[in-house]
Design a protein around this ligand. Structure first.
Ligand code: ADP
Ligand code: ZN
Length: 288
């Protein structure tokens, strides 16, 4: 069986084809331009490929509710040309095959639970820390939707007393994303995040903010595994710092072996690596 993936990102689109076991057969990526230019490339890629279903994982906010009038839309986004855009409607017009639609991070959570580091688990959390911060969650084997979908990047966390940076979020300034996204790190320190030395205090502060958010998610949805992806997590020195902070902040309140004994295996990098997003879309397609 051949399944298709469309990972619609604010910076780039990734399209791919894989089998039902998650073996990737083909993959392309191109920058996100206007919908006309970008979708034409998507149509060209899938033409005559014989895929049976496509999973679309998109940057948000989106409308994933099949009963809603605006199902399939990317809703109000600051991303130029894409606000209130009927993504699934346009894709269906041209490709006309079954499609699943969800946030990119919900897809990635499902992909990790199917083939990655949360394989076999019924509850997991996938968080991306990149240009923005977003989270997807599998709870009792179901991806979390509700009134909308989780917007885990915009929770409020306590500012560190040494941090006077105003915050980058256009809506809330110093919400989690406003303090801890890649662009927030870069504006606070005036250096590209990838060029900050690994022992720079920026990473201690970053781990402090990430740990606070994780503690909130641990206490609310009780994931069995927490997967941290996105460009910022390429800084692997963050992992031990985050785990240490999470333990200290929980202060023995949550008495599980995941936290007390196996935290190195509880807060982890995506098992699917850089394919977490793409295979997430394949997992969405497989679940239609
Ligand atoms: P996006 O969020 O746009 O889908 P990424 O997850 O790759 O893409 O995130 C990009 C952001 O991550 C960049 O703006 C940069 O701030 C940060 N970033 C990328 N690579 C690194 C790195 N090696 N170290 C630290 N930060 C990085
Ligand atoms: Zn915000």
């Amino acid at each position: 069986m051949k399944l298709g993936a469309i990972e619609a990102g604010g910076t780039k689109f990734v399209c791919g084809i894989a089998d039902e076991k998650g073996n990737i057969l083909e993959r392309v990526s191109f920058p996100t331009e206007t919908p006309e230019i970008t979708l034409q490339k998507v149509y060209d890629f899938f033409k005559n490929k014989g895929v049976e279903a496509i999973g679309v994982g998109s940057f948000g906010p989106i409308d994933p509710n099949p009963n809603s009038e605006t199902y399939g839309y990317i809703t109000k986004t600051p991303k130029r040309y894409w606000s209130n855009f009927n993504l699934i409607g346009e894709l269906q017009k041209n490709l006309n095959i079954p499609m699943a639609f969800d946030t990119d991070v919900n897809g990635a959570a499902l992909g990790e639970a199917t083939w990655g580091s949360a394989k076999g688990l019924k509850n997991c959390l996938y968080l991306t820390i990149g240009t923005g911060i977003g989270g997807g969650a599998l709870v009792s084997e179901k991806l979390v939707h509700g009134m909308l979908h989780p917007e885990m990047g915009h929770i409020f966390i306590r500012r560190h007393q040494s941090d006077s940076y105003v915050g980058k979020c256009p809506f809330h300034k110093d919400c989690f994303e406003g303090l801890a996204s890649g662009p927030a790190i870069e504006e606070r320190w005036g250096v590209k995040a990838s060029e900050l030395p690994i022992d720079h205090e920026a990473w201690k502060l970053e781990a402090y903010y990430l740990a606070q958010a994780l503690v909130n998610y641990i206490l609310t949805i009780s994931p069995e595994k927490i997967i941290l992806g996105g460009g910022v997590m390429k800084q692997s020195q963050l992992f031990p710092l985050i785990r240490k902070n999470v333990k200290e902040m929980l202060n023995d309140y949550v008495q599980t072996k995941e936290i007390l004994e196996n935290i190195d295996d509880y807060i982890v990098y995506p098992g699917l690596g850089d394919n977490a997003g793409l295979l997430g879309c394949i997992a969405l397609a497989l679940n239609i």
